[in-house]
Design a protein around this ligand. Structure first.
Ligand SMILES: NC(=O)c1ccc[n+]([C@@H]2O[C@H](COP(=O)([O-])OP(=O)(O)OC[C@H]3O[C@@H](n4cnc5c(N)ncnc54)[C@H](OP(=O)(O)O)[C@@H]3O)[C@@H](O)[C@H]2O)c1
Length: 322
């Protein structure tokens, strides 16, 4: 089969398109004929050699959508539409950057849809992350206010739509004033230009602060995000767009306001359910949710797609059609 293989840690050009052996069936695992997959920033870190425990060469890809080629357990029928995400996929065992992927049963989610594969490919990991961050971590409720830090990211754009649909008022941020209209068109009630600190601007709009913050930039802006919350408000750090993992100067009693709450979301396949995924796919099919897909690449173009992601050129989800 054809696969995009990361032969060792390095730049995007380290990914080679190779003919490799199709994975051999084993009990408890299913073989998926991959139709499409979304690209994820964590794959960029893995390619650079920054994911602990990952050895090379490796077929990356933490998610895919496709059809069942063979399921020795008989749980799924051949040709059935499925998604697979996480559980070590593309890290500890070969993942979605290939014509076929062998994955454990517990990370497989069946669905039925008429949507094109490039649309379906954008969904699983993006939806799992947004739904888990908003509902499981931040426990959002209608009537609340939500600040999305890193609003133009694909996660941020979808989070805005799901929060608005649940009756929240949303402030989205971008560093780039030219992207203001894109955020408004996506449903944001307010847009704030982020030059590193936004707390003063947020409190001009909501003097008491916001109920919830979805922090996608990470440690670089976390302290300022904590300054944006109302009493008993909550910040959830889900993203690390600022490329800084560790915060060197943090004083919990001081940086977290009294009664304020700070959490993180690191989604796994167990955070998703078959029903949640199918319901979301149905919403996309009905057109009530609009996915922001920036570009669709071919499997042969995975190195180019990684470079595109590295250069921060995307204004939405990147998808590869196999
Ligand atoms: N925790 C989890 O389970 C999980 C799962 C999936 C993804 N994530 C994380 O969620 C975040 C968003 O992912 P994504 O794929 O949606 O991202 P994306 O679409 O690639 O985000 C692109 C946007 O990020 C902003 N950005 C880029 N570099 C930045 C920097 N240095 N400082 C501030 N903003 C910067 C830019 O916004 P502007 O130019 O408009 O400012 C750009 O439009 C990532 O950190 C990703 O790793 C987490």
């Amino acid at each position: 089969m054809k696969a995009a293989v990361t032969i060792k840690a390095g730049a995007p050009s380290i990914i080679e398109i190779q003919e490799v052996q199709q994975p051999a069936l084993k009990a408890g695992w299913v073989l998926i004929a991959v139709k499409a997959f979304g690209l994820n920033r964590s794959e960029l870190f893995t390619r650079r050699g920054e994911s602990p425990g990952v050895s090379f060469p490796r077929i990356q890809g933490i998610e895919c959508v496709g059809v069942i080629k063979e399921d020795p357990s008989g749980t799924y029928t051949n040709g059935q539409q499925v998604a697979a995400i996480m559980g070590g996929m593309g890290r500890f065992f070969d993942g979605g950057y290939a014509e076929y992927a062998l994955v454990p049963l517990e990370i497989v989610f069946p669905f039925v849809s008429q949507l094109p594969w490039e649309t379906l490919g954008a969904i699983p990991e993006m939806f799992q992350t947004v739904s888990g961050s908003l509902n499981q971590a931040l426990e959002i409720k209608g009537g609340e206010t939500l600040l999305i830090r890193g609003g133009t990211s694909s996660i941020g754009m979808l989070a805005c739509q799901l929060a608005r649909a649940k009756g929240l008022t949303v402030i989205s941020t971008t560093r780039n004033p030219e992207k203001k209209q894109a955020l408004t068109s996506n449903g944001a009630d307010h847009v704030v230009i982020d030059s590193g600190t936004v707390a003063a601007q947020v409190r001009e709009i909501f003097p008491e602060g916001v109920h919830k913050v979805l922090e996608l930039i990470g440690t670089r802006t976390l302290k300022d995000s904590l300054k944006c919350i109302a009493t008993k408000g909550m910040v959830c750090m889900t993203g690390i767009l600022g490329n800084e993992w560790t915060m060197h100067d943090f004083t919990p009693m001081g940086d977290i306001p009294s009664l304020g709450r700070l959490t993180v979301y690191m989604g796994e396949s167990k955070n998703l359910s078959k029903n949640l995924l199918q319901d979301f796919i149905n919403e996309v099919e009905r057109g009530t949710i609009k996915l922001n897909i920036d570009r669709v690449f071919k499997l042969e173009d995975v190195p180019v797609a990684h470079q595109y992601m590295e250069d921060n050129k995307a204004k939405g989800k990147l998808v590869v059609l196999v």
